[in-house]
Design a protein around this ligand. Structure first.
Ligand SMILES: [Mn+2]
Length: 333
């Protein structure tokens, strides 16, 4: 339980100028956590400076904010993109377990200042530098937003409807819509839902509009796909001019076990590959390794993870494709 720390946490922050920071490419969990935390602190420290700093937001976070603003036009998503670190007395590092993930202009780094920082996070604690006794870390939560929720509950602070909506959105996205969650994840969401905080409305807020050119690439990729059957496994190979990574993921959603997509990128041939996680686990297939080895052989650049990898090369695509397929087949006999 974090509750034993909450009083000290609050006492430490009193009369301090607070900067709330989070990782680059702000996702919906960091977004919701930062604004809920700011709301919480504002209740206790009326005339105190509490600033949020963001470097860059992801495309889906921006999309979410646009949808959110239609529903809650009054909600204030203000944050700073440019700040002077030395003006603050303490940094609250949200949804981040490694200071390297926070990006400032001119390569500033909060660890180079003498200003204390406190982690508020749900990632595994391995990479925390300079652990503080005040850190609020709980790896059992699917999202950082749930730590802020616990904080608000502990002090009986009533959250507003927009903030409840933000926290539910954060929990849903970070838990992969409960796929990576546990009982507590579902309980926390259920606590926040009400007539005014409706799950279907929130799911609509989280819907991402796909770009029309990405949709066309997906459709063309499907029209051109060649099916290769190897035992009980299905490999799909196709080509598109762009959006190769999204087309490769789409092939997996369509039912292929492995998807290979060839596209052109600045006169080079790019291969995007995807494999079902279950296939990788069952067969030992590692696309990252395969593409890395091929890239070394043909002087390209390639690599990735077991189920998602890419390769860029100037070699003719047919030859590379054949080599990729042959190497994949060695695993799925
Ligand atoms: Mn998170």
């Amino acid at each position: 339980m974090l509750s034993s720390k909450f009083k000290d946490f609050l006492a430490f922050l009193k009369s301090k100028k607070i900067l709330i920071v989070t990782h680059d490419l702000v996702d919906i969990d960091s977004l919701g956590s930062c604004y809920a935390l700011k709301f919480f602190l504002t209740q206790y420290f009326k005339n105190q400076e509490i600033i949020i700093y963001f470097s860059e937001l992801t495309k889906s976070t921006k999309n979410f904010i646009n949808n959110f603003k239609v529903k809650f036009p009054e909600f204030n998503f203000s944050y700073k993109k440019d700040i002077t670190l030395s003006k603050f007395d303490v940094f609250l590092v949200v949804d981040t377990n490694n200071l390297n993930q926070i990006v400032f202009k001119d390569n500033l780094d909060i660890s180079h200042t003498n200003i204390p920082y406190i982690f508020i996070d749900h990632h595994s604690a391995r990479k925390y530098s300079n652990k503080s006794v005040l850190d609020l870390i709980n790896e059992n939560y699917s999202s950082t937003a749930e730590i802020i929720l616990e904080l608000c509950e502990h002090f009986n602070l009533k959250l507003t409807i927009p903030l409840k909506t933000l926290i539910v959105s954060a929990i849903l996205t970070d838990s992969g819509f409960f796929r990576h969650g546990n009982n507590v994840t579902i309980l926390n969401v259920s606590k926040l839902l009400s007539e005014d905080v409706n799950i279907q409305d929130i799911l609509l807020l989280l819907q991402n509009d796909i770009d029309i050119s990405a949709k066309i690439a997906n459709i063309k990729g499907l029209q051109r796909v060649k099916l290769i059957r190897q035992g009980n496994y299905l490999i799909g190979i196709t080509n598109v001019s762009s959006f190769g990574a999204s087309v490769a993921s789409m092939l997996i959603k369509m039912g292929f076990d492995i998807g290979i997509v060839i596209s052109k990128e600045q006169n080079l041939n790019r291969f995007n590959t995807r494999a079902k996680k279950t296939v990788c686990i069952k067969t030992g297939l590692n696309l990252g390794k395969i593409l890395e080895e091929i890239s070394e052989k043909y002087k390209g650049s390639g690599g990735g993870h077991d189920g998602a990898a890419s390769l860029t090369t100037s070699m003719e695509p047919e030859r590379i494709a054949l080599e990729i397929i042959n190497r994949i087949k060695q695993f799925i006999i």
